[in-house]
Design a protein around this ligand. Structure first.
Ligand code: ACO
Length: 445
């Protein structure tokens, strides 16, 4: 969009008859410009009300571009399809953080740094030992990532760019280790130390053999599945990372908040729920009845719909290709037919067409993860490994943005006006006086 100096919005306040000109830049007005619109001298000024950020940009960013209507996703200008086909996860992590793909020398240096920070302190193992045997690995990850801040107290000094970059590489390096520790703990298996090559799958699957040798095709498929979610602009968990980071807490604490946000079934936890849903449906014949229940509003179709994509999620397209490659080696996942039928019916159904609900990245990833041998609880953990470079790049961008301050939204207060305190004896609310729960409490992003 091109905008000149004449790009303004004229607002007439019908309460006062006054007219205001608000500049438009990059398709947005500044909400703070609304504050000049007042009705009295002591008026705070007009605010915009936007629960769940439906039409509010919280930052200016140069990292990821999404055109949700056209199904386009680019990191630093590069289409996701090209990165998925030609890059490695580490190259993409470098790209997200630095704005350019690395040269050979830069990549070697970055890989060396990451590889040499994969070990975690022995006390992290003890800490993970304290979790119950059936603890969800995502819960363990939230705790373990947050706990890293106690092992690296110098991470608070993030205004020093060298120190900041060290912590960023450290977290990227340790996420797979923490993920594997969480898995091994849940299975009661001995922990496997990083060995700095083909690392993650060895830490996951090694048993009595000296080293687990992954199938290179499957290893590559997993690398692609880490690239696809590596960043996605201001999604729920990235917003959490930026928002918590805006208090100038260390990056591990902010990342723990991001992992927690990702855990939710409407966000990164959806891949786990998709597989549970496909298992519940069980067979192709049961798909129409299940879709009918979704349309009746009983529950949502997991892995469908997106706040930004109103077209096919470009990542879902790549995931389908990865699935083909993986299934050639592992054999077909028996739930694939159910998924394909679900997608076919949903894409032809008026309910989904009218609401522009398409499969998102989570719809097929679960089937591949399962074919690769991961239990469903690990699916959001795998997503978290992939998203970590994006969280960190966005965190750093936000810290370096002179316009950013502590994230602190306004509210519209609808509660009681001032009133006098009631002693215990004076209180006596009838049940009916207490607030009713809202009609639709569980919608949204
Ligand atoms: N199944 C059925 N109906 C749906 C679905 C779905 N998966 N998603 C949205 N809708 C309906 C809503 O009921 C709503 O209908 P209404 O207008 O009649 O009330 C309409 O479509 C718009 O939905 P919203 O909830 O307003 O859309 P929003 O942008 O807030 O939510 C979200 C996006 C959370 C992703 C939603 O589509 C959803 O719950 N999907 C299922 C969970 C999922 O797959 N999440 C992963 C997203 S990708 C990621 O985070 C990595």
């Amino acid at each position: 969009m091109t905008e000149g100096s004449g790009d303004t919005l004229t607002v007439i306040d019908n309460r006062t008859g006054r007219t205001y000109q608000l500049p438009i830049s990059h398709g947005a007005i500044r909400a703070a410009d609304l504050r000049q619109i007042t009705v009295a001298d002591d008026d705070f000024g007009l605010m915009s009300y936007d629960p769940a950020f439906m039409a509010t940009a919280s930052c200016r960013s140069a990292i990821t571009f999404i055109d949700g209507d056209r199904g386009i996703l680019r990191y630093r200008g590069y289409p996701i399809e090209q990165l998925a086909e030609r890059s490695t996860f580490l190259e993409v992590a470098y790209l997200l953080m630095n704005g350019e793909l690395p040269t050979k020398q830069q990549l070697d240096k970055f890989a060396y740094l990451v590889v040499h920070h994969t070990f975690v302190h022995e006390n992290v193992k003890k800490f993970i030992d304290g979790f119950h045997h059936d603890a969800h690995p995502m819960g363990i990850l939230v705790g373990a990532v947050g706990a890293l801040s106690t092992f690296y107290p110098e991470a608070k000094e993030f205004t020093d760019p060298v120190n900041r970059r060290l912590q960023m590489a450290r977290l990227i390096a340790k996420m797979p280790t923490l993920a594997a520790l969480a898995y091994r703990h849940s299975r009661g298996l001995p922990y496997v130390y990083p060995d700095n090559a083909g690392n993650f799958l060895n830490m996951m699957w090694k048993m009595s053999e000296p080293r687990y040798e992954p199938d290179p095709t499957l290893e590559h498929a997993l690398d692609v599945l880490f690239i696809l979610p590596a960043d996605h602009e201001q999604n729920c968990s990235t917003n959490a990372m930026r928002s918590v980071g805006s208090s100038h807490v260390d990056p591990y604490s902010a990342a723990a908040a991001a992992v927690a946000a990702l855990y939710g079934p409407l966000h990164g936890g959806a891949n786990e729920q998709v597989l549970r849903m496909l298992r519940e449906i069980g067979s192709v014949e049961q798909v129409p009845a299940y879709v009918a229940r979704v349309k009746d509003g009983e529950f949502r179709l997991m892995g469908f719909g997106h706040r930004v994509y109103k077209n096919y999620d470009p990542r879902a397209r790549v995931v389908r290709q990865v699935a083909e490659t993986v299934f050639k080696i592992t054999g077909l996942n028996r739930l694939l037919q159910v998924a394909v039928e679900l997608e076919r019916i949903a894409l032809a159904d008026d309910y989904f067409v009218a609401k522009k609900l398409y499969p998102n990245v989570d719809f097929y990833t679960g089937l591949i993860y399962e074919a690769l041998g991961f239990p469903v609880e690990m699916f959001p953990v795998l997503f978290a490994i992939g998203r970590t470079p994006g969280w960190l790049a966005q965190w750093e961008e936000s810290l370096l943005d002179p316009e950013q301050r502590i994230a602190r939204p306004r509210q519209i207060y609808l509660g009681q006006p001032e009133r006098g305190y009631l002693s215990l004896e004076e209180r006596g609310h009838a049940e009916s006086e207490l607030a009713e729960p809202p009609d639709k409490p569980f919608g949204g992003d």
